[in-house]
Design a protein around this ligand. Structure first.
Ligand code: GLU
Length: 522
């Protein structure tokens, strides 16, 4: 009884709260969406909360539209935050620029404790120093050469502050210490403080930098676990020090630095440029940079289903220890655990990504696919008169499509007669006997139309076709390809009798006749 009670208390005390904390600077890279996903899966697995916090304290990097893009991407993926600028919540505001007034007191506390100091160096001073010293870092090695409240006398500092001299507040990183953290994925990680620079915490305009804001907000928002990309690991010692000085290490969230998503050849982090070079998307959705007006293609517009995108991201760095690869979000939530997240980077393979999508296309109901593929038909100016017909055709061709964008090419002949017909593939083996056969086939269908028949089920079409083949003393095998090319225009598509049934007798006859005409005029 007691043990159960203690366990209950523990789980109630430590309700899981995780956050995705992007800076709104552009399109969302698939690595970013995977961070969202792992946050989300972890939160939902533990019946906790997933928070979206917009880290927009760096006004120079602010890009209009980027926050909306992040929210739209999360909505497309179905990874809806419990708290966010859009959804609100008890720990708001969720945009750091709107929390500006909250941070200064923490920087002041650090100054009082002696863990931070004022720095009055102008941008020119810093530039000059950078020119003088290659790889200059504002740290213990050089802080005494700079203009700050450690190097200057108390009177000088007072005077500068009284005169409202522009200044920043920097962390005073201690010398000769080891800062460490127990990363959930990477284990025990230690840093030598002599290698860490005195990061700016509060800027001259009173805005916090990312380093101060991330720690203060993780504390105020009661974050229990902080998942982020491995590229943030070098910043971790500053964050650990701030936690130690401000709130106590026992309150610090558990860190999990997620492995990178690598280029297909495994050499380095997958970048937007790799996508451009190799012809595949790297962003979740199309992103148009408002400054350059250039658009970077996204998975959504390339024809990926969100379920497939989420599934393939989950498998980039995680598995449940079995060979299973296709997961619904519910299965991912149920099965997710951090101890099965890989330490090493995961290579991105676009062909494999398309395989996931093809599996999801097969798995998704035709009715659900219809509104998703319809815009591509509109774009191709193919009119769809009957939505039920589209649903039926989707059922016939979905096995052949890896991307939603491929439905038009795989099925346009169901809606309009093909404009190009590959008669060159028929011509070499064409003869009068075949011509007579297809003339008779068209006549057979025409007679049915006269009797008021619109279409014939495909199994019956096949039986009749074979009977006519026998009557003409030919082989069905030689006639199937010409028949397909007549109806489709090329050597592709689902079963030829299924096509004939779908396009109905009238169109079947018209297409046979048109092709016969082309072949006889050659
Ligand atoms: N604002 C950081 C970013 O742009 C977040 C890093 C973190 O999650 O601590 O990705």
């Amino acid at each position: 009884m007691n043990i159960i009670f203690v366990k209950m208390m523990l789980s109630m005390d430590s309700k899981v709260r995780v956050r995705f904390a992007p800076s709104p600077t552009g399109g969302l890279h698939l690595g970013g969406v995977r961070t969202v996903l792992f946050n989300y899966l972890f939160a939902k697995h533990h019946k906790g909360e997933f928070i979206l916090r917009i880290e927009d304290t760096d006004q120079t990097r602010f890009v209009p539209g980027a926050e909306q893009y992040i929210q739209d991407t999360l909505a497309w993926c179905g990874l809806i935050p419990d708290e966010s600028p859009l959804h609100g919540g008890p720990y708001g505001p969720y945009r750091q620029s709107e929390r500006k007034s909250m941070y200064k007191q923490y920087a002041d506390t650090l100054i009082e404790q002696g863990h931070a100091y004022y720095a009055f160096d102008t941008p020119e001073d810093l530039d000059a120093k950078r020119k003088e010293i290659p790889n200059f870092q504002y740290s213990r090695a050089h802080r005494m050469e700079m203009k700050n409240s450690i190097s200057l006398s108390a009177e000088e500092v007072d005077a500068l502050l009284k005169n409202n001299t522009p200044h920043v507040i920097r962390i005073k990183v201690p010398e000769n210490e080891t800062v460490s953290l127990d990363d959930v994925i990477r284990g025990h990680v230690s840093f030598d403080t002599n290698m860490v620079d005195d990061k700016v915490l509060l800027k001259a305009d009173g805005m916090p930098t990312y380093h101060l804001a991330v720690v203060v907000d993780d504390h105020l928002m009661k974050i229990t676990h902080a998942f982020r990309g491995e590229e943030w690991l070098p910043s971790a010692p500053v964050h650990v020090l701030l936690w130690k000085y401000l709130f106590g290490l026992d309150k610090m969230p558990k860190w999990a630095h997620l492995p990178l998503i690598l280029k297909p050849d495994g050499n380095g982090k997958l970048s937007k440029r790799d996508g451009e070079r190799l012809g595949f998307p790297v962003f979740a959705m199309d992103w148009t940079d408002p400054n350059t007006n250039t658009t970077t293609i996204g998975f959504k517009e390339r024809g990926f289903l969100p379920e497939a995108f989420v599934n393939l991201l989950a498998m980039l760095g995680w598995n449940d220890g079995t060979d299973k690869e296709i997961y619904t979000i519910e299965e991912l939530i149920a099965g997710f655990s951090l101890d099965r997240v890989h330490k090493g980077g995961a290579k991105f393979d676009y062909e494999k990504a398309k395989w996931f999508n093809a599996e999801w296309i097969k798995k998704t109901e035709n009715e659900k696919l219809a509104p998703l593929v319809k815009p591509y038909f509109d774009e191709a100016k193919i009119e769809i008169h009957d939505p039920n017909y589209l649903v039926k055709i989707i059922g016939l061709v979905k096995e052949r499509c890896h991307l939603l964008t491929e439905f038009v090419a795989q099925s346009s002949f169901f809606f309009t007669a093909p404009t190009t017909i590959d008669t060159a593939s028929i011509a070499p083996k064409w003869d009068t006997k075949k011509h007579a056969f297809f003339t008779a086939l068209a006549a057979l269908y025409a007679s049915k139309i006269t009797n008021g028949i619109i279409t014939v089920p495909s199994p019956d079409l096949e039986v009749e076709f074979k009977e006519l083949v026998a009557k003409h003393e030919l082989k069905a095998g030689e006639l199937m390809l010409p028949f397909r090319i007549m109806l489709v225009g090329g050597k592709f598509g689902p079963g030829v009798f299924e096509i004939a049934e779908a396009i109905e007798l009238k169109d079947t006859v018209a297409r046979i006749e048109k092709c016969l005409q082309i072949l006889s005029s050659n």
